[in-house]
Design a protein. Structure first.
Length: 311
């Protein structure tokens, strides 16, 4: 049971609804529901009586919740007393980054962020492996895809289309594919996630979905290596537009079959809990949104992406 779980419980009691409480707290319903379950499991009693039509406070909840509210008010007062300088942008950023995005795109941004905020220090963990916040001693992770753990809290940074790319040298030697049947004749460069080689590619064309299984002589669990293979002319890869932005804008690679759109993703800044969100984290979140928007705008201006990506 976490302190922020108690805040959720009090909101549920106020609104008599987990959904309304989640909306008020700007979190997912699943996150709020998990918080309530953790508190009830810790106490060994149900605080709410749930039916298909309504939610009401149980007798145990009637006794517990007023004291819980008083306790949280005391903790908040104590926090304010010892953290009068809460709005200062300082401390250490301990962040996990994926290999390609982190090494080639985000690290220069973080250098600029530290230059603007000299009281902030950085500890960077670069890996494509799943992160464990406590084992790996990080406070946040910048990752593709929304958080799938209801106990975590995340901020969406931007939409991220994925693109199919190859270098001009590869296309000169092997031809340019114009259909999925053509694509089957080419060498795929595959990302490997948890020992699963992603050699089946999915595309959307208008309202229709298509998939094709490719052959290829290279795969890796390191996204940066897949990008390097692509740029050096070893085959065709599907990559995030952020990972490939500099290569696309400088014509080191070409966006292939633009009507066939690989499944898009999103970029999220994920924290283990609401309590870990400091003014520095919020400042970094806003900074990352500004930086990614600049990159996406350049790709829109270069007609690599459609303007709808900015919504």
């Amino acid at each position: 049971m976490l302190i922020q779980d108690l805040e959720v419980v009090l909101k549920v009691a106020e609104f008599r609804s987990i959904t309304a409480a989640a909306t008020s707290l700007d979190m997912r319903v699943a996150t709020a529901s998990a918080a309530v379950k953790r508190v009830e499991a810790s106490l060994g009693v149900e605080l709410f009586v749930r039916t298909t039509r309504q939610l009401r406070i149980s007798p145990a909840g009637e006794r517990y919740l007023p004291q819980c509210e008083q306790a949280l008010q005391m903790l908040e007062s104590a926090k304010l007393n010892v953290r009068e300088d809460l709005d200062d942008i300082d401390g250490e950023i301990r962040i996990s980054l994926s290999s390609d995005l982190g090494r080639n795109v985000v690290t220069p941004w973080l250098d600029a962020f530290l230059a603007n905020h000299p009281n902030v220090a950085l500890r960077s963990n670069i890996s494509d492996s799943n992160i464990d916040f406590y084992r790996d001693s990080v406070d946040m992770a910048l990752r593709y895809g929304s958080p799938n753990d209801a106990s975590m809290y995340g901020f969406k940074i931007c939409n991220v289309p994925r693109l199919m790319c190859a270098s001009a040298s590869y296309l000169e030697s092997n031809g340019t594919p114009n259909s999925l049947e053509d694509l089957k004749q080419h060498n795929g460069l595959f990302y490997q996630l948890r020992d699963i080689v992603q050699d089946e590619w999915r595309f959307n064309v208008g309202e229709q979905s298509h998939k094709v299984k490719l052959r290829g002589n290279r795969s890796s669990n390191d996204g940066d290596l897949v990008r390097r293979w692509c740029v050096s002319g070893q085959g065709i890869a599907i990559k995030s537009c952020l990972d490939m932005a500099d290569d696309l804008l400088n014509e080191r690679v070409i966006n292939l079959m633009p009507d066939y759109k690989p499944t898009p993703t999103e970029l999220w800044l994920v924290c283990p809990s609401r309590q870990s969100i400091t003014p520095t984290v919020r400042m970094l979140r806003d900074f990352l949104r500004e930086q990614t928007r600049e990159v996406l705008l350049k790709l829109v201006d270069a007609k690599v992406l459609e303007k709808s990506v900015l919504k």
